[in-house]
Design a protein around this ligand. Structure first.
Ligand code: HEC
Length: 268
């Protein structure tokens, strides 16, 4: 049994009450399908999964999106990401039990954080979809390897567009953005959660409060979805705490945002 505690801070007492407290987590004797570990071994990455991959998983380098960035040191708390770039991935080996794959990630360098994202299309042997497809690795030191000379750095979406090796679009990209940034709060089924479910959201009538305090009913069309993502405080959905929905929109590229909106529209 695991007890997890959380505290929130801020000036909103109601929101703090809703997200603070203790949660009891009981192990259900079943593992979800997701990345278990990411390790650097002899010039390649080894990615282990919690369950074996489907025999016909079709896993290739295109099943991955890899991004890396450096962190700029500042005198403040935290600093900005710098030198964001995308990397081509090649699968060099799939283990016999299909629980791990070896990956060559082109152009990996010291002092950078790698985010490896696995395609949501990948299935386990039992036919299960990934619960989360993200794995991270901070390459503090690259042992025994000559540092490659400066490689092209550019905005990752730009590289992705020109790269051609990586063609996640539409649903696949949208699903991956949803898993990374939204799934923790917004469910895809109709179950209640700490945030409104995305099921049937698009095209429904919403009741919300404007910052002026005025109560309004309006249609959840595409403009409403975009505004909710980019300016979470513009409209407060009835029955939910203010200030919970984070400002994630600014971190998304145009392609990511478009794919995400399309994906949410499709959740029935
Ligand atoms: C920490 C929890 C949290 C995360 C993460 C989060 N949201 Fe929200 N979101 C909320 C809450 C709470 C509300 C309702 C209150 C409000 O309107 O701000 C909300 C409201 C919304 C609404 C309006 C829904 C309605 O019923 O009218 C949309 C659309 C939305 N979020 C999209 C997103 C998207 C897309 C992401 C991921 C990029 C995301 N949210 C991430 C908590 C979250």
């Amino acid at each position: 049994m695991l007890y997890a505690g959380g505290i929130a801070r801020g000036s909103d007492e109601k929101a703090i009450h809703e997200v603070s407290g203790m949660t009891k987590i009981r192990y259900q004797q079943s593992d979800v399908f997701e990345p278990l570990s990411l390790q650097w071994k002899n010039g390649e990455f080894e990615l282990k999964f919690t369950q074996p991959l489907a025999e016909d998983s079709g896993i290739t380098g295109q099943s991955f999106a890899a991004f890396s960035w450096g962190m700029q040191n500042t005198q403040n708390y935290g600093g900005p990401k710098v030198g964001d770039r995308a990397h081509r991935v090649e699968v060099t080996k799939i283990s016999e039990n299909r629980r791990s794959v070896r990956l060559r990630v082109e152009g990996i360098r010291e002092g950078r954080v790698l985010n490896l994202r696995v395609s949501p299309k990948l299935k386990s042997e039992a036919g299960e979809a990934l619960r989360s497809g993200d794995a991270f690795y901070t390459m503090t030191k690259l042992p025994g390897l000559e540092q490659p000379t400066l490689l092209t750095t550019a905005d990752s979406t730009e590289i992705l567009r020109s790269g051609g090796w990586f063609d996640w679009g539409g649903d696949e990209l949208g699903a991956s953005v949803y898993q990374t940034y939204c799934m923790a709060c917004h469910r895809k089924d109709k179950q209640p959660g700490i945030a409104p479910s995305f099921a049937g959201l698009y095209g429904s009538q919403r009741k919300y409060t404007l910052p002026s305090g005025e109560s309004v009913t309006g249609l959840a069309d595409e403009a409403y979805l975009r505004e909710s993502i980019l300016e979470p405080n513009a409209k407060l959905t009835d029955g939910y705490a203010p200030g919970l929905m984070p400002m994630i929109g600014g971190q998304l590229s145009k392609d990511q945002l478009d794919a995400l909106v399309k994906y949410i529209k499709g959740i029935k």
